[in-house]
Every structure is written in structure tokens, then in C-alpha cells.
Ligand binder design. Sequence first.
Ligand code: AP5
Ligand code: MG
Ligand code: ZN
Length: 229
Amino acid sequence: MSSGVRLLVLGKQGAGKGTQAVRIARHSGVPHISTGDMFRAAAASRTPFGLKAKEFMKRGELVPDDIVIGVVAERLAKEDVVDVGFVLDGFPRTRVQAEELQRLLGPGGLDAALDIDVPTDVVIDRISGRRVCRTCGATYHVDKPPKVKWLCDKDGGDVVQREDDQPEAIKRRLELYERETGPLLEFYDGLGLLATVDGVGEPDDVFDRINDGVETVRALRLPSSRGPR
Ligand code: AP5
Ligand code: MG
Ligand code: ZN
């Protein structure tokens, strides 16, 4: 994948959106924009907005569209994004959000919509065993813990279970994926932007598939369909 990409990452909860978005961002030199990470940071800072978002998140509900769209629109207007592009992780999740993103970016404003495809039983195992660093958000699994239990390899932060990685919230999040987010695959396919990759296997192998999938979609698009950078 070349530098300066404009990409969004779809996929079920636990499909590996965050794991792969971090790699894509590093590889392509673009900011990683995760709405979930932004909401968790706001909740940890106990801002009024963060506390409101936390109420939705801990139950596994979606944060209302108008709030999410406002946060993303503000982030996409920042200079770093305008200059080099972005990898959006976990946005959009509803048809309203997808249409608003199209409006914000304009025609040709997106290189590809990446779908990381993983069966439901595998994602349930992944998120049930996931642990995350409270400081930097790095992700681990009970089967692959940090070198010193449970302290982050990168910064020594506490590695804990996410509040919404509990059975009831996981069930609700997956229901909402089927109802609200799954249909976006068809939306992006209709725009000629969808790249679906198999998300099962070693993260390095999944990343190689992502590179191939995104390059294929980019190559298939007509140069004239791209807007100015
Ligand atoms: P968000 O933080 O985005 O959570 P999510 O969608 O539930 O997705 P996850 O972060 O759980 O999974 P992931 O795909 O990133 O997987 P990961 O890489 O961690 O959103 C949280 C909440 O915020 C939402 O529920 C909602 O309330 C709100 N929100 C956010 N965006 C919103 C929006 N647009 N609209 C409305 N509300 C919004 O990997 C999972 C585990 O698997 C890890 O342990 C990892 O180490 C492991 N793993 C990863 N890849 C592999 C592999 N290849 N093989 C084996 N294990 C792997
Ligand atoms: Mg994530
Ligand atoms: Zn950390």
C-alpha cells in the first residue's frame, strides 16, 4: 500500500480493525482515527461528552449519529488529515454516518472501504479474551499476554479488560453490527470501493492481504474519479 491513503476499516467487533489500522497507519504514514478510542479517551478524562458516550458504550449501544458525526467531521478537518489522508477505524457504522462521510469527503475522497471478514465464533473468542493497555490502548489477548503480566510491553501501563467486553454487551454489539453496519458492505460495493479480506490467520498475513486488497480496489478505479488531494 502506498503512502497517503484514505481508507476506512469495517468489520465485526473483534475482527482486528484496531490491530490492522495501527499497522496501516504506520506503514502509510497517515493518522489512525478510531472513534472508539476517541470516546474512551474522553470518558477517561471525564468530560461531559465522554461521560455521555460511556453510558452508551458500556451497554454495547451505538453512540448517537449526530454526536459521532460531529467528532469525526472535526477530526477530518485537521491539517494532518487534509495533508496526508487517514485510516478510519470503526466509522461509519450506520447508513446515516456513511452518507455523511461521503458528503464530507466529496467524490473520489475515499480510496477504499476495507472489510476484515472473520466468523462470529472467532470474534467472540477474540474479544472475550482481549485485554487492553489503559495508557496507550495496545491490545493483548489472554493467550498472548504482555511479557510482564499484566503490564504493557510498550509503556508499563496497566493491561485490563474493556468494560464492554462482557457477554451481554458483546451480544448487543454484534446484534447492532448485523442490523446497522453489515449493510454498509453493499453500500460501498455499489460505489466500487469495497475490499474484503479474510481476517483469520496471523496478523502479519492479514496485513499482507489488506495491502493486496486495497491496491486492487485502487487500481480498478478510474483516475478521473479521484478528487484533488
Ligand atoms: P470500538 O472501540 O470501535 O469497538 P468495536 O467496534 O466493538 O471493535 P473492537 O475494538 O472490539 O474490535 P477490533 O475490530 O478493533 O479488534 P481488535 O483489533 O481489538 O467501539 C466501541 C464502542 O464505541 C461501540 O460499541 C460504540 O458504543 C462506540 N462507537 C464507536 N464508533 C462508533 C460509531 N461510528 N457510531 C456509534 N458508536 C460508535 O482485536 C480484537 C482481539 O483479537 C485482540 O485481543 C487482538 O489482539 C486479537 N486479534 C487481532 N487480530 C488477530 C488475528 N489476526 N488473530 C488472532 N487474534 C487477533
Ligand atoms: Mg478496536
Ligand atoms: Zn501501553
